[in-house]
Design a protein around this ligand. Structure first.
Ligand code: RRO
Length: 294
């Protein structure tokens, strides 16, 4: 397997310690858990998505393990503005704050609270949130406007995209037009399970989002598509569990990756992948980013 060198420069405006970030939504609700994931080898961390008002989340069951993945319908649980204090001890660390709102103005309001963020990741892609996430992230005009307003806070802006669209390239281009510094592909894939014993949907919210190994090929395809359509960096996210998966994502066009569901199986996944991925005589990652494109 190809081995690479650690990054020597910022990636999409963020000084990452390696090419792997903790994805939004996993162990990202407290300053302590984010700090722990950095200590366990994450090159950067993305927080749980924070919105304009506190939300308790959907009622359970909210997370179900399935073959090769997880389906969640957490329902954007978050403490809103109180989270500013929660992550203040992490000042100076590569902490990307994931934010959401129902309008561009709400995105701007939430961004205005986080002067310590290394970057913002705009959640325009949660698949099961009425009025938020993918409900507005399928509209290129809104995606552009949300990006523009958050850009006024002078930090790198990453836009996380939903795969639940006919043409992800169109949404990616809208974010790029709004000034995005990077695209993150992908959020979870809309999914559900039914209990045949109970004759009812398993999730409290009925629908949720599928993550984990099952979605890796969808994420690779999305990154590959976006690489052909935009000129900004792409962060690959979805089902990555091995160093070879990281290399494959890079060959599709990703400059870095985010890892979430794999933590369910091993909290040491970052250091385990790093042991296989990096070598002092490895090649610069830039040499393989997008190399699969003909
Ligand atoms: O909280 C959630 O239910 C959730 C979010 Br914000 C998201 O972006 N993606 C997802 O699968 N779940």
């Amino acid at each position: 397997m190809i081995q690479i060198k650690l990054p020597e420069e910022e990636i999409a405006g963020v000084p990452l310690k390696n090419h792997m970030l903790l994805a939004a939504g996993i162990l990202g609700t407290t300053g302590a858990s984010l700090k722990r994931m950095l200590a366990l080898g994450a090159g950067g961390v993305v927080t749980k998505s924070i919105g304009p008002n506190p939300i308790p989340g959907h009622h359970g069951p909210a997370l179900i393990p399935v073959d090769c993945g997880l389906i969640n319908a957490m329902g954007l649980p978050n403490p809103s503005k109180d989270f500013v204090e929660e992550i203040s001890p992490l000042k100076g660390e590569p902490v990307v704050v994931s934010i959401f709102g129902g309008t561009p103005a709400e995105f701007g309001e939430v961004a205005s609270w986080f002067s310590n963020a290394a970057a913002f990741e705009l959640n325009l892609s949660c698949p099961h949130a009425e009025g938020y996430g993918a409900a507005i992230g399928v509209d290129p005009r809104i995606v552009q406007e949300c990006t523009e307003i958050v850009k006024t806070y002078n930090k790198p802006v990453w836009v996380k995209l939903t795969p639940n669209v006919t043409d992800i390239k169109m949404i990616g281009k809208a974010a790029e037009k709004g000034g995005a510094d990077a695209l993150v592909a992908i959020n979870t894939v809309k999914a559900m399970r039914i209990s045949t014993e109970l004759c009812r949907p398993v999730l409290g919210n009925v629908f949720g989002g599928l993550s984990g190994k099952a979605v890796f090929p969808i994420a690779v395809r999305s990154v590959y598509d976006l690489y052909e359509a935009v000129g900004i960096p792409i962060i690959g996210c979805g089902g990555i569990t091995t160093a070879d998966n990281v290399v494959e994502m890079m060959m599709a066009g990703a400059s870095a990756v985010e890892i979430g569901s794999a933590i369910y199986d091993s909290v040491n996944v970052f250091s385990e992948i790093a042991a296989d991925l990096y070598a002092e005589d490895g090649i610069p990652a830039e040499e393989i980013v997008g190399c699969a494109h003909v």
